[in-house]
Design a protein around this ligand. Structure first.
Ligand SMILES: Cc1ncc(COP(=O)(O)O)c(C=O)c1O
Length: 449
């Protein structure tokens, strides 16, 4: 690249090459013809290069729980970069990493008191699955190798995550490494649950399917069950009342580890630090990412219970206990951002705020019932989903148009999956802004009728 062309590529006011970046989970050809560009952000808004303020109905990608460009987080990242830009976490440590792990452990219920850091939700899931397998090995039950996920589960895009995940498109092209898993049925049934608020009444019995899976494979071959307490990415499926408690009981009965994937539900999204607290169920591990530092610097991690950590802490003291880790595990900038975000969550009582706003949010979103093509609405915490009827022979087209026109014509950012609109605003949202978002969603739904 010549000096001149490198200058041109770095001119961010108007990128002249949209080809080189292969965007993830994106219709690239469509995007590059009609890009949805974002230039900056503050609090509840994104701003386009031409200065339009777009209200953020999605907290970016379910992650900016404290809102955007918060001064305390920005300053923490800047200061950390000036003090310690990078430090290896293999055989060395730094204060921000230990402080962050302690703060996260304090937020977690029960004895979930050790944290293994990584850089994303996908890495968190693969780390948790590996810890589960290794745990059984070091505990003398190495035959426990099978991992149980759930249909419609999303656990990121690593090979472990797509194996236990239950989204066909994420699995179908990557087949050969997906062995050794089984899946619980998903918990959604429109006939029984349509337009429920919070946890649906129907469906706790679906946890009993784990008994069938145990009968088929035998508990001695099963290492762990992993579920999202609330399935987010496949369209917001709150757990039926009593479902997670039942899953815990069955796992206990057979000595199977239970992992909650809280990459979305962690850090206040459901009105508590973790969904485990909302449901009074203590899993053996919790995966987290996203909201841990309000989406500002890549970070993920796994919370593990005391007994799991202890199982590894034996043998010669100079030996590495777990052969796993990432160059950027506990990156100083990610930790500094997390400490600042956790301060904001605490000082502004954002988890409590999400809880207090839950009924207001639910009322607002459920008011969309009756609009054209609305088949179901689900709400829980500060999350909502609206299922739209698909156009004939064009699954996903209606919601895609809603997302595109929402951004371009109504100054609204939202997520879509299939023909479902998913909403999960930053937890700093005001009641007026809830009204604004829902008003815009209503207009968009009419526009794409
Ligand atoms: C429950 C869950 N697990 C894992 C992931 C993957 O996270 P990441 O995209 O940071 O790898 C996501 C992402 O949305 C998620 O919702």
């Amino acid at each position: 690249m010549t000096a001149q062309s490198s200058r041109a590529a770095n001119d961010l006011s108007a990128p002249n090459d949209l080809e080189a970046w292969w965007l993830p989970f994106t219709a690239n050809r469509s995007f590059k013809q009609r890009p949805r560009m974002i230039a900056r952000a503050k609090d509840m808004h994104y701003f386009t290069p031409d200065g339009r303020a777009v209200i953020d109905g999605a907290a970016g990608l379910w992650c900016c729980n404290a809102g955007h460009n918060r001064d305390r987080i920005t300053a923490a990242i800047q200061n950390q970069a000036a003090e310690l830009d990078y430090s290896p976490a293999f055989q060395f440590g730094h204060a921000a990493g230990f402080a962050t792990a302690s703060r996260i452990a304090q937020l977690a219920p029960g004895d979930l008191n050790h944290v293994f850091f990584c850089n994303s939700g996908s890495e968190a899931v693969d780390t948790a699955l590996k810890i589960a397998l290794a745990y059984w090995n070091v505990s003398g039950q190495g035959s426990r190798t099978r991992l149980i996920g759930r249909e419609r589960g999303y656990h990121g895009v690593g090979f472990g995550g797509i194996s236990v995940g239950g989204i066909v498109k994420n699995r179908q092209f990557f087949g050969s490494l997906l062995a050794g898993v089984d899946h619980l049925p998903h918990t959604y049934n429109r006939a029984e649950q349509a337009f429920s608020r919070g946890e649906p009444e129907w469906g706790a019995h679906l946890a009993d399917d784990l008994e069938r899976i145990v009968a088929l494979h035998d508990a001695s071959t099963i290492a762990a069950v992993i579920v999202e307490p609330m399935a987010g990415s496949t369209g917001v499926l709150p757990p039926p009342k009593g479902y997670l408690q039942r899953l815990r009981q069955i796992c206990d009965k057979y000595g199977i580890l239970l992992i909650f994937d809280e990459v979305i539900s962690g850090f206040g999204r459901l009105g508590t630090a973790f969904a485990a607290e909302r449901y009074g169920v203590i899993p053996d591990m919790i995966t987290f990412a996203k909201g841990v530092n309000s989406g500002t610097v890549p970070m993920g991690g796994v919370l593990v219970r005391q007994g799991i950590y202890d199982a590894f802490m034996k043998g010669p003291e100079n030996m590495i206990e777990l052969f796993h880790g990432y160059t950027y595990s506990g990156h100083p900038l990610a930790c500094a951002a997390a400490l600042a975000a956790l301060d904001i969550y605490r000082d502004e009582k954002l988890f409590e705020r999400a809880k207090a706003l839950e009924p207001v949010w639910a009322d607002a979103i459920h008011s969309l019932k009756g609009l054209p093509n609305v088949l179901d609405i689900r709400t829980i915490g500060l999350v909502g989903a609206i299922d739209l009827a698909s156009r004939p022979n064009a699954v996903g087209a209606r919601a895609f148009e809603a997302m595109d026109r929402g951004f371009n014509e109504y100054d609204l950012m939202m997520r879509i999956t299939g023909d479902t609109i998913a909403l999960s605003p930053p937890l700093i949202i005001t009641e007026n802004q809830i009204g604004e978002i829902v008003d815009k969603v209503g207009k968009v739904i009419k526009a794409v009728a």
